[in-house]
Design a protein around this ligand. Sequence first.
Ligand code: DAH
Length: 337
Amino acid sequence: MPLDIEKIKIDLRRATAEAADDKMLETVRLGFLGKKGIVAQMYVGLATALPEEKKLIGKEANEIRQLAEELIAERKIFLGQQNKQSNAIDVTLPGIVSPLGTRHLIHQTMDEICDVFERMGFVIQRGPEIEREFYNFSALNIPLDHPSRDSFDTFYLDEADPLTPGRNLLLRSHTSPGQVRVMQKFKPPLAVIIPGKVYRPDALDASHSFMFHQIEGLLVGKQVTFSDLKGLLTTFCQKYFGEDVVMRFRPHFFPFTEPSAEVDIQSNIFKGRAGKWLEILGCGMVHPKVFEAAGYPAGEYCGLAFGMGVERIAMLKHGIGDIRTFVENDVRFLKQY
Ligand code: DAH
């Protein structure tokens, strides 16, 4: 019976194309070119064939053999290349390290400062950045149109304060409004620190920014004295700047504290600033008007308060000369810390 040579060719093409690996390809090779393969069988048939068929069968057997050899060789190359690609990942090579970010220096500084106070029993509270004039000024004994408001230059929003007709909301210009909010929420004794962002429309330069961070502190009880304030802030400075820090409390004025002071320090850690007094915070005893605004009964409580600028402290501690570097997001600067 004559062989269907075209069908054999189709089978051959399909079998080689479907050979997914070298082993399958070898099975195909044996099926066509092996000792018992199709081509060998064709040659066997040649022996018994009629003389006029012999020539044709011989020609067809050669054709199949040649085609099988070509297709198998081609497929072998293709599978070899595919193997190379899937072997392209060399798991024995050392891995690629993904760069890991660091906590921003401002947040590190805030964490460190808050940590010192938390170890002394203070708890963290937060106030809103969009604030009412009442909390930012009036409740802190800074009345409307009082000249002391000028030192807390303020960004006003277009949005009206729903609770005070005719007045707009603002971006808090210090963290002190948090004092009154905390006192409205909790009764003494209380010891809180209020870290956060504050805003002032200052022209940007090496030491001024329109957004910076402050940490506010408030301790209220029945027998809180100025000595407690001095002791507390001395402990803070020794823990944060080192035991050898030298401090002075310089009388100052703040509307929300009476008496008030600013704290200056000298420390060996401030390179190139030896012998110079550097102002680091404002503080004082809570003004009776502030207790009144918070709704505390008159004459019952006394308290101490303080507020410090985080950027300023970080700049002093790390010898940073320009406040703008904190917000420029230059990773070469940031990853040093
Ligand atoms: N709020 C003041 C400022 O922004 C800092 C300050 C001074 C906070 C004295 C206080 C304080 O709590 O008692 O400059």
